[in-house]
Write a protein that binds this ligand. Structure first.
Ligand SMILES: NC(=O)C1=CN([C@@H]2O[C@H](COP(=O)(O)OP(=O)(O)OC[C@H]3O[C@@H](n4cnc5c(N)ncnc54)[C@H](OP(=O)(O)O)[C@@H]3O)[C@@H](O)[C@H]2O)C=CC1
Ligand SMILES: O=C(O)[C@@H]1CCC=N1
Length: 295
């Protein structure tokens, strides 16, 4: 199995200097669910000069409406209203509520392009819930989309044509890197690596900040040093011709401090535990798919 990278994708989406958006939708983009990920993706669209008036978000939580309205988008609590004028519908609700969200909309869809970002909800489940619906792309983005540094895996069946694939690519690419996978099952791996991935790095940051405090730094000092180090390491890894293992070796002086730290991690089999953690995430993604297939 291998992943294909869209040739136009870049590690970081940059805002265009023109006022015309590269995202060509023949109507509005509707979001069903206006939570964390919807807001992150809307941020990307707006950074690409997509007109906020052409975005409508259906979100039941009134407390989120002010935040959404501040982005300039239209807000409703009526899913049916949201999809009425939409050319693209982005399903951004939790997997567990997908069936109850889609069943009442079954007769309302007019063959719009549907992009689902829900973890573990397969295209066959989505299609079945909507009565054999063909025009569906599955996406697995991540929260750094909020600052246009996201990473998204995309998958669609052969029923989805090139124009729809390009539109889905452009919408998600507004939030960062995009790559297509050839098999739907690979989205479980994408979910484990990049969908959930930001949480692993935050977890490491939490541990380093705590360790810095234990070693005598203030919380502010430990935080500043940890975050800047994470930023520097990520920027180096993205821009360097060397793979991460070589960059790690470059830091590691013989019998030095880094060697002492890495040996401690190796003795504790930290790398094995990380692999097990990602396996657990991928397994959970597959379990969600099985659970929802029977709904
Ligand atoms: N968070 C992440 O890092 C990522 C999440 N995803 C996927 O994105 C999806 C959304 O996740 P996230 O944004 O974090 O979740 P959130 O809970 O932040 O957002 C989902 C929103 O949808 C609302 N909602 C619930 N029922 C309905 C309904 N019937 N109609 C419309 N909206 C409804 C929820 O309200 P309420 O709170 O009342 O339920 C909530 O505000 C999930 O399927 C997740 O798997 C994918 C990649 C990364
Ligand atoms: O934790 C989750 O299930 C979602 C999907 C990937 C990131 N957050």
């Amino acid at each position: 199995m291998h992943l294909t990278t869209d040739s136009t994708a870049t590690a970081t989406a940059t805002a265009t200097t023109t006022t015309e958006s590269p995202i060509r939708s023949e109507g509005k983009i509707a979001f069903i669910g206006g939570g964390n990920m919807a807001q992150a993706l809307i941020g990307g669209l707006l950074a690409q000069q997509f007109n906020p008036a052409d975005i409508i978000v259906s979100e039941p939580v009134e407390a989120l409406h002010a935040t959404l309205r501040q982005l300039g988008v239209q807000v409703t609590t009526d899913n049916q209203q949201a999809i009425t004028d939409a050319a693209v519908v982005i399903l951004a609700v939790k997997p567990q509520v997908m069936a109850e969200v889609l069943m009442p909309l079954r007769e309302q869809f007019k063959n719009q392009l549907i992009i689902s970002i829900a973890a573990g909800v397969t295209i066959s489940t989505l299609s079945r819930l909507l009565g054999d619906y063909p025009r569906i792309v599955r996406a697995m983005p991540n929260t750094p989309a909020l600052i246009q540094t996201g990473a998204t895996g995309l998958y669609a069946t052969t029923a989805v044509d090139t124009a729809d694939r390009t539109l889905a690519t452009n919408i998600l690419q507004a939030a960062g890197l995009v790559l297509w996978v050839e098999q739907e099952q690979q989205l479980d791996a994408v979910t484990a690596v990049s969908g959930s991935g930001p949480a692993y790095f935050f977890y490491l940051m939490e541990a380093m900040i705590q360790a810095g405090q234990d070693l005598g730094l203030t919380e502010a000092q430990a935080r500043a040093l940890t975050l800047q180090t994470a930023l520097g390491a990520a920027k180096m890894a993205v821009s360097s011709p060397h793979a991460p293992d070589q960059l790690r070796k470059n830091v590691t002086s013989p019998n030095g401090t880094t060697q002492a730290a890495i040996e401690t991690m190796d003795t504790a089999h930290v790398n094995v535990h990380i692999q097990q953690a990602l396996q657990a995430a991928a397994t959970r993604s597959a379990e969600l798919a099985i659970a929802l297939a029977s709904k």
